[in-house]
Design a binder for this molecule. Structure first.
Ligand code: TYM
Length: 344
């Protein structure tokens, strides 16, 4: 039986943090043996915000190395860099011409980023979700494991695919409609300095996130300084009443979730262990669990980075495998749109 296909990606903008890891890579690793997987480093997306050309290529290598360090296995997955496959850019153009402008103007992430970037809003930022749709649709992916913030982009991808099929490929659909795979726990990890905001690479304060490559000392410092509240006794239900209620403790729920996922303990075990604890007792537990969870990932990362030639060869064969599928889909799209073909 052929396996279903998974495609996902991460932007090479800075270091990866626990949100990226828990919202996406951890799930790729956990389920990789069930699927035929394609994991890309989406460097074309990274230039929609101001970027440094001196570090772009290096950052892409870092992310690819982190995929391997976190446990992506070449037995199950192809790893590649988006810009190495021209079909991503070409399909984006073709999809641009079937995507209504107002669909893009309604995207939450565009609105948020546009506010952050102020004067610096380029067309690429608006078009970001079409490029993401192209990434996914080129590979006819069945499932796309992502964090919760990508849900709307996945819905848009399905809408674009359905519109294309309806307008140009009614008899024989060209695109498969993909599903978002969003986990119940860890799909939205919050900032360490404000439990109501998402942990993010673009937060100006590095204290707001734990990066996968942070040293044990730095992890300890960040957890020591992280925002908590004045209550004793830590529970997951602390914020079920919703934001603004008397019982709202977003930091509490976030830190317990981090502890659960870093320690590998069940929710019940963590709930029982922490129900009577104060923050002073809890923080060392979270620190220890985080350092221990990240230790083997950091060691493997160092190992991978010592042999860049090997890493380059992995990316080259990943590119070749991915390009075969991408080029096939692109040819079908162009044929459905009526483009002339060489030799025809
Ligand atoms: P990026 O690089 O911003 O995020 C990469 C992945 O990390 C998840 N994520 C989080 N999950 C939980 N809590 C958080 N605080 C958190 N912050 C980030 C994101 O949901 C994402 O899964 N647009 C994508 C990149 C992309 C892509 C694709 C993904 C481009 N093309 C095709 C899947 C398929 C993004 O947000 O990247």
């Amino acid at each position: 039986m052929t396996k279903k296909r998974v495609l996902s990606g991460i932007q090479p903008t800075g270091n990866l943090h626990l949100g990226n890891y828990l919202g996406s890579i951890r799930n790729w690793v956990e389920h990789q043996h069930n699927y035929e997987n394609y994991f890309c480093v989406v460097d074309l997306h990274a230039i929609t915000a101001p970027h440094d050309p001196q570090t772009l290529a290096e950052n892409s290598y870092t992310i690819a190395a982190l995929y391997l360090a976190c446990g992506i296995s070449l037995e199950h997955a192809s790893i590649f860099i988006q810009s190495h496959i021209p079909a991503h850019s070409e399909l984006t153009w073709l999809l641009n011409c079937v995507t209504p402008l107002n669909w893009l103007q309604d995207m939450i992430q565009f609105k948020e980023k546009a506010i952050k970037q102020g004067e610096n809003v380029n067309v690429g930022l608006l078009d970001y979700p079409v490029l993401m749709a192209a990434d996914i649709l080129l590979y006819q992916a069945d499932e796309v494991p992502v964090g919760e913030d990508q849900k709307q982009h996945l819905e848009l991808t399905r809408d674009i695919a359905a519109r294309f099929n309806h307008q140009f490929a009614k008899k024989q659909p060209v695109f498969k409609l993909p599903h978002a795979l969003i986990q119940a726990d860890g799909a939205r990890i919050m900032s360490l300095t404000d439990g109501t905001r998402k942990m993010s690479k673009s937060d100006p304060s590095d204290l707001s996130r734990i990066n996968l490559l942070d040293s044990p000392d730095l992890i300890e410092k960040k957890i020591k300084k992280c925002k908590t509240d004045l209550e004793r006794g830590l529970t997951f239900e602390a914020s079920l009443q919703g934001r603004g209620s008397a019982n709202d403790r977003p930091e509490c729920r976030n830190l317990l979730t981090l502890y659960m996922l870093m320690s590998g303990k069940s929710k019940e075990t963590v709930a029982a262990e922490c129900q009577d604890l104060g923050w002073g007792q809890f923080k060392p537990l979270l620190t220890e669990a985080t350092i221990e969870h990240l230790r083997p990932i950091q060691a493997k990362y160092q190992e991978v980075m010592t042999d860049k030639t090997y890493l380059a060869s992995i990316l080259e064969s990943g590119r070749d495998r991915a390009a075969t599928i991408a080029d096939r889909t692109l040819a079908e799209v162009k044929s459905a749109l009526g483009f002339s073909q060489v030799g025809s």
